[in-house]
Design a protein around this ligand. Sequence first.
Ligand code: M6R
Length: 598
Amino acid sequence: MCGIVGMIGNTGAKEVLLKGLEKLEYRGYDSAGLALMHENVNVHKEVGRIAALREIIPAEVDGTIGIGHTRWATHGVPSVPNAHPHQSTTGRFTLVHNGVIENDEIIKKTLDVPFLSETDTEVIVQLMEKHFVELGDVEAAFRKTLSDLHGSYAIAMIDSEDKERLYIGKNKSPLLVGLGDGTFNVVASDAMAMLQVTDQYLELHDGEIVILTRESATIKTLDGDVLERAPYTAEIDASDIEKGTYAHYMLKEMDEQPAVIRNIIQHYQNENGDIELAEGVRELVSEADRVYIVACGTSYHAGLVGKQLIERVAGVPTEVHVASEFGYNMPLLTEKPLFLFISQSGETADSRAVLVEVKKLGHKALTLTNVAGSTLSREANETMLLHAGPEIAVASTKAYTAQIAVLAILAYDIARANGKKLPFDLMQELALVATTMDSIMAQKEIFEELADKFLKESRNAFFLGRGLDSYVGLEGALKLKEISYIQAEGYPGGELKHGPIALIEDGTPVITLVSQPNTHLNIRGNIKEVVARGAIACTISMEGMEHENDAFVLPRVEPLLTPLVTVLPLQLISYYAALARDCDVDKPRNLAKSVTVE
Ligand code: M6R
């Protein structure tokens, strides 16, 4: 959460930094700020989006050194005083920060200066000035300051007395250095922000600082030891991060799902058409006596489907845990557990905290992520990539279907390693799924009408299903609530009469999935129960299980893979409901794409 950019060069940094912040807006967008240094340091901050910040910066203001920030509030409301950058009392140091400092209150008591904001970040910059006064050396004071902090931080700092250096520090929050052509260097929370000027990046590890000049990037430990590291090329196609002709990233990303499935098939099969995983992944999975899936939000919902796939196809017991609960409520572990982290961004702090914990216990971890080189990827033993291309809309769509497809491939590989009979030709069925997705996406107007009819004026909604359909219902409810602000709940159909049915009244929309051959008659009974109490039913069924008044009938796919197609109508209905209610689809209130604080 929060996005950081920085630049040190010879020409105007303002436009590069503003464009970079626009690319990072998905990380938080309640307020933003920029500090630009030419002769002096100029700080501009505004509540709201980057567009609002642009408006208030006078055309003539620019600088060759600058740092910028887009915020997702943790300490204090979104306001100009709480927006970053923050400055020390004398104005000597200016910094931006992403993360949460846990001992900020303790440090604050040791600082005899007035505070202008409610943020933990201002504590850092004031501590920096205190240490500088004591030590007389900026770099030493910077290292000492960071050593005093407990918690997570990605920091970029300007010293108003030094036009030759930017100071960078990182611990548990993502930050990368982008290498320029010898006349400039940049820093950003995510390579996407700086693809406009470079595709060469230096990975930074926790507890490292960087002294950035126009010509060099010197990585050091907090003790001052210099570290050597080779840069890598960010393999992101700049066009992948543009919206193109689409009204929203979410719509573009939903439309990309068939292509993502085809991409996954290509990446995980060899020339004979057989599933082929990296040797390391094979070893990890063949050793495991139980799989513990750890994830958050949409990735957790994909994990619920993954459990069914791994248990039913490979016969390996699998548990699914919400990351933020796992650390405080660890289940009994088997002798050879395999931890499977599912995370689109690979940066989610709750999941990362669990990874750190299980590594301390000596367990092995595999990460499924969309972002190569992300923290969860680097720190796990092995990674399986989703190959979904950058996902920018806060509401996750193509990452969910990619996660399920990769989990199916993993389940097949575990099954094969364990000598199990494979139930169907997975790659062939995935290809069929992609074609089915194409046909659903070609009928968007149907879902627009359904959203209009069922959800436009609604206060709440229910998503029902049984088995895999109930897991997809949870995802449908999450999608709807996060972008349209309609109170939405997902329930297994049979559970309704144990309490939630009390909420059904005249006109309550109930969206039900009917795709599971073993329970389709039971769920039809549940639909009757809610309709008898006044609910309006929107039923999405699968060929062979359809009824006359169903709202949409999906082409038939392999029952174990139905979540890959049943979720599409729910994503589309949520999207169109949000549009009909005039909501900001790509940037819903209070949320951020990458949740890098616990
Ligand atoms: O990057 P991750 O997959 O670890 O993110 C986990 C959740 O924060 C994320 O899936 C969230 O629930 C989405 N906004 C849902 O659309």
